[in-house]
Design a protein around this ligand. Structure first.
Ligand SMILES: Nc1ncnc2c1ncn2[C@@H]1O[C@H](COP(=O)(O)OS(=O)(=O)O)[C@@H](OP(=O)(O)O)[C@H]1O
Ligand SMILES: Nc1ncnc2c1ncn2[C@@H]1O[C@H](COP(=O)(O)OP(=O)(O)O)[C@@H](O)[C@H]1O
Length: 231
């Protein structure tokens, strides 16, 4: 085991403080952590939020499961082509519990960087394990982690099945698929629960999240005026 003294790295404070960046931006930074089953509507909600907030001059960044798994957290089969088999086996991330844990740890660290830069990080990962989400929460400052449970029933996600993955999982062609033969641990005390089934459009869910951010003082109330006037 290493300790920080052995590896000679030291934490540096930055010259521009987070508060300075937030003052420039006109809003606080935070991490909006969307969690839910595959097909629950995480990416859709993250993208609608990104769009609505950007239109109102709010600085945001989206980190999305499928996309991040093409780069920073590439899967072994993607890495094998460019980096060879050994590298891919050592550093590629699949869907075992330990790989999901590392996936979430890295995303948590990236989201923290955005947050400290005064940006609203919108993350859309299944993040099925409570402990992994809890660790991200604990790595951030009090109040920076806003857990949003995209609570869509498995039957609805399976009916949507936009990528055909549930069908494959049911047929036994895809193992360890969340909700089928791998666990999903629903949040016990999320900051917010949004339900994307029924008549609730992604825009309605985004409005629920934005209203919450205003009540928490993360966004200025003027964001609501802009929404109501369509400006
Ligand atoms: N075994 C298994 N289980 C769940 N999901 C799988 C699996 N294999 C591939 N996929 C695809 O990967 C997307 C989920 O990636 P995440 O990084 O969000 O997963 S996790 O948070 O590490 O659990 C997920 O995307 P979303 O549908 O957007 O959630 C799937 O398209
Ligand atoms: N609020 C909603 N109401 C109805 N359908 C939705 C809603 N949000 C997302 N969808 C649809 O559900 C499917 C899965 O959405 P997606 O955002 O890709 O989920 P996830 O990122 O959680 O896998 C897509 O076909 C999307 O159009």
């Amino acid at each position: 085991m290493y300790n920080m003294t052995d590896i000679h790295i030291t934490w540096h404070e930055h010259q521009v403080a987070r508060q300075d960046r937030e003052r420039l931006n006109g809003h606080r930074g935070c991490v909006i952590w969307l969690t839910g089953l595959s097909g629950s509507g995480k990416s859709t909600l993250a993208n609608v939020l990104d769009h609505l907030l950007s239109q109102r001059g709010i600085r945001t960044a989206v980190l999305d499961g499928d996309n991040v798994r093409h780069g920073l957290n590439a899967s072994p089969n993607l890495l094998r082509e460019t980096h060879g088999a050994t590298f891919a086996e050592r550093f590629g991330l699949g869907f075992s519990a330990i790989d999901r844990e590392e996936n979430i740890r890295r995303i948590g660290a990236v989201a923290q960087l955005f947050c400290e830069a005064g940006i609203i990080a919108l993350t859309a990962f299944i993040s099925p394990y409570r402990l992994d989400r809890q660790r991200v929460r604990q790595s951030l400052r009090e109040g920076d982690f806003i857990e949003v449970f995209v609570d869509t029933p498995l039957a609805v996600c399976e009916e949507r099945d936009p990528k055909g993955l549930y069908k494959k999982a049911r047929a036994g062609e895809l193992k360890h698929f969340t909700g089928i033969d791998d666990p999903y641990e629903a949040p016990e005390a999320p900051e917010l629960i949004v339900r994307s089934s029924g008549e609730r459009t992604p825009e309605a869910l985004a409005a629920q999240v934005i209203a919450y951010l205003v009540t928490r003082g993360i966004l200025p109330a003027t964001v609501l005026d802009a929404r109501e006037t369509g400006g």
